[in-house]
Design a protein around this ligand. Structure first.
Ligand code: DGY
Length: 319
């Protein structure tokens, strides 16, 4: 059985696929594979491990109907036309659960970095602009006892909430499409309306999927309902905030700061004003990028591929 892997994945996955007598072809170039190249590469394959943002859309799925399984190297599956995959009966799997801790760590890192202007001040040293010790340089703000607002209290949001409670005794409010009663019991998070979430949050952290409902959700009108001293964190998908509106909200001091692990587009352009603002920290979509988490994701990918190739029900289906 042959499988195409469209990028770099943890070596453990390659080893395990080979142990299952699966023959691998891997995209090795230092750029994202194009859609046409991906279709071409999948022609004689039985399975695909999809690494990165390639669209598993109707065009791709219809051109690659022969695939017995597609294993995503992500928990998010906004790049997939699930309806079409269902229609064509192509099983698609993702990597749920195993990356919650690492992604929440990234959100926490960004929150702390923004609150103390860490990325900006680090760059100041590199640029030779740190002249002498000053008691009132660019001052940060503290997080202790503040209110964390979680937009999307699922597994990752819950991990982020727990870290903020343990580190800073933060109060947690959240907004979801439907209440997460289990999480409410576990951490005493309070369910609030979206407008209340905006009004109450000192730090607002986004952990929801990118859907038609959440695309562009954080627009200027929404930022205007947030506290002027608040911090906006997004480690979910760049499409959930409107980037021009976020820039305006920061420039006009409508909100205090922002931390982003996801941008729209990715990669972010070098001249993007967000990269040069004092109260902003940007990372290149590294939410789950730890040795441990990538190895754990690799195992789920292998399980999905092996089951799919055997014609069995895959263990981590997206539908
Ligand atoms: C995920 O798993 O969804 C990460 O954001 C990588 O895309």
């Amino acid at each position: 059985m042959k499988v195409f892997i469209s990028g770099n994945i943890a070596p453990i996955a390659l080893k395990q696929l080979e142990e299952n007598n699966i023959s691998i072809t891997q995209w090795k170039e230092d750029r994202q594979i194009t859609q046409e190249e991906l279709i071409e590469a999948c022609k004689n394959q039985a399975g695909l491990v999809s690494v990165g943002p390639n669209k598993i859309d109707s065009e791709f799925l219809n051109a690659c109907k022969h695939l017995k399984v597609i294993a995503l190297h992500s928990v998010g599956f906004d790049q997939v036309d699930v309806g079409e995959a269902k229609k064509l009966k192509i099983p698609i799997g993702n990597t749920p659960g195993v990356l919650s801790g690492a992604t929440a760590d990234t959100a926490f890192l960004l929150m702390l970095a923004v609150s103390r202007k860490a990325f900006y001040l680090h760059k100041k040293i590199i640029d030779g602009k740190w002249q002498n010790y000053e008691p009132t340089p660019e001052l940060g703000i503290e997080l202790n006892g503040k209110t964390l607002g979680v937009f999307g209290l699922g597994k990752i949001g819950l991990e982020m909430a727990k870290k903020c409670m343990a580190a800073y005794n933060m109060k947690v409010v959240y907004h979801n499409r439907s209440r997460n009663e289990e999480a409410e019991q576990e951490i005493q998070a309070e369910y609030v309306s979206f407008n209340e979430l905006l009004a109450q949050s000192d730090v607002l952290t986004v952990h929801t999927a990118l859907t038609s409902e959440t695309t562009g959700k954080f627009s200027i009108d929404v930022f205007k309902k947030m506290k002027p001293a608040s911090i906006f964190i997004n480690t979910a998908r760049g499409g959930i905030h409107n980037e021009q509106d976020l820039i305006r909200a920061l420039e006009e001091k409508i909100i205090w700061g922002a931390g982003l692990d996801v941008t729209n587009p990715e990669p972010m352009k070098k001249n993007n004003p967000l990269l040069y603002m004092e109260n902003v920290a940007v990372l290149p979509h590294i939410g789950s990028a730890t040795e441990e988490t990538r190895a754990a994701m690799a195992e789920l990918i292998v399980e999905n591929i092996v089951a799919g190739l055997k014609g069995e029900k895959i263990p981590y289906p997206v539908y």
